[in-house]
Design a protein around this ligand. Structure first.
Ligand SMILES: Cc1ncc(COP(=O)(O)O)c(C=O)c1O
Length: 374
């Protein structure tokens, strides 16, 4: 699914030098590389402020902590995401309110969001799943009309761009009040362990989030608010600062691999390749196809027998997760998300894929459908 050693080998000298300079300096916590990376990330994204933290899950939690929400306040989000999105909400005693997703882009459906708004709603939390932005024209309009915050989960979409109806172009993670991202190794911008960041154009929110990451403190040993301990290690920052220069190239490599898949898999009866939405670029954190009902697991086994790994992102929607049953949702509440969970399959996608590998994967997919659809 990923080839991190292959990616590392191409920039080994630069990375090794960056890591060695941290090791030799001994400044493992809050060394100068953290600030350098933060500033470079801000300018890459054209964001007012970036605040780094320990991982993408913390980023979501810290973002929500900064908004002065009350227990029981409602956060509208997608049931078709990684658990971290919902976990951060639940951990803070807030209430996740799900809205169904659009079957074509797998992201929050703005019409469903509108219907989910109640007097207790405070935040809309869209996830830009697989590397493509949700309908931010629709979501921002609803948020503005109801005076709600928008916190973007941009863990899978760093570098993708959204073009608003009025022509304004923004990078994902910089559209709402706060954007959260992850530098988990397999992410489009991945470090060699855990890392995350919050992005915002609001200086007060930035200062508050910065304090929260550091035990709620702005002045050492004085704690203005309840915080957490969530830092981006200097070593990870040094690695990310090198890799950030390559992010557009990495995303381009993913887009090219996706183009190969699109062409080679077009027209297979029983398989739908990922749709591109007109307003967002897609940076293919994952290349996720959909199969005819009942075929996904058979295709997955068939590919596995030929040595081709695949992943199901995600097999069970959030509203049906056992740990979250207390919110009272039932099977059938979000039919699109439920259907996607049983039909999506992500094929290998990373920056180092070669045409012969892609060809081998696509031939195997064709062979499966030739043998199984008659
Ligand atoms: C959509 C989404 N949100 C949040 C996260 C959490 O990021 P992390 O693993 O860095 O905590 C991930 C990462 O897996 C993710 O895919």
């Amino acid at each position: 699914m990923v080839d991190l050693p292959g990616q590392y080998r191409k920039i080994k000298n630069e990375i090794d030098m960056a890591m060695n300079s941290v090791i030799e300096s001994g400044a493992f916590i809050n060394g100068p590389q953290v600030r350098s990376f933060r500033e470079n990330l801000q300018s890459y994204l054209n964001a007012g402020h970036a605040v780094t933290c320990g991982n993408g899950t913390d980023a979501l939690q810290i973002a929500l902590m900064a908004l002065d929400l009350e227990p029981g306040d409602e956060i509208i989000t997608t049931p078709f995401t990684f658990i971290a999105t919902v976990e951060a909400i639940a951990l803070l005693g807030l209430r996740p309110v799900f809205a169904d997703v659009c079957p074509r882009c797998c992201n929050l459906d703005a019409k469903a969001v509108e219907k989910a708004v109640t007097p207790k709603t405070r935040v809309i939390l869209p996830v830009h799943l697989y590397g493509q932005c949700a309908n931010m024209d629709g979501i921002m309009e609803i948020a503005n009309r109801h005076h709600l915050y928008v916190v973007e989960d941009a863990a899978q979409s760093l570098g993708s761009e959204y073009t608003f109806e009025n022509g304004l172009v923004k990078k994902s993670g910089t559209i709402g009040h706060i954007g959260c991202t992850s530098f988990f190794p397999s992410k489009n911008l991945g470090c060699f362990g855990d890392g995350g960041a919050m992005l915002t154009n609001n200086p007060d929110l930035a200062s508050k989030m910065q304090a929260i990451t550091h035990h709620g403190s702005r002045v050492k040993y004085y704690h203005d608010m309840v915080g957490v301990n969530s830092r981006l290690d200097t070593l990870q920052a040094a690695i990310l600062d090198v890799k950030l220069k390559y992010l557009d190239r990495y995303n381009q490599a993913r887009i090219s691999a996706a183009g190969f898949y699109d062409e080679a898999l077009a027209g297979i009866d029983g398989l739908i390749t990922p749709e591109r939405m007109s307003r967002s670029t897609h940076i293919f954190h994952a290349y996720t196809v959909r199969t005819r009902a009942g075929y996904r697991d058979r295709l997955r086994n068939f590919l596995s027998e030929r040595g081709i790994p695949t992943m199901v992102y995600y097999p069970l929607p959030m509203h049906l997760q056992k740990g979250y049953s207390g919110y009272g949702y039932r099977e059938g509440d979000f039919p699109v998300a439920e259907e996607l969970c049983s039909t999506v399959l992500s094929l290998p996608m990373h920056t180092e894929l070669k045409e012969d590998q892609l060809g081998h994967i696509c031939t195997a997919v064709h062979d499966f459908f030739k043998n199984n659809t008659k």
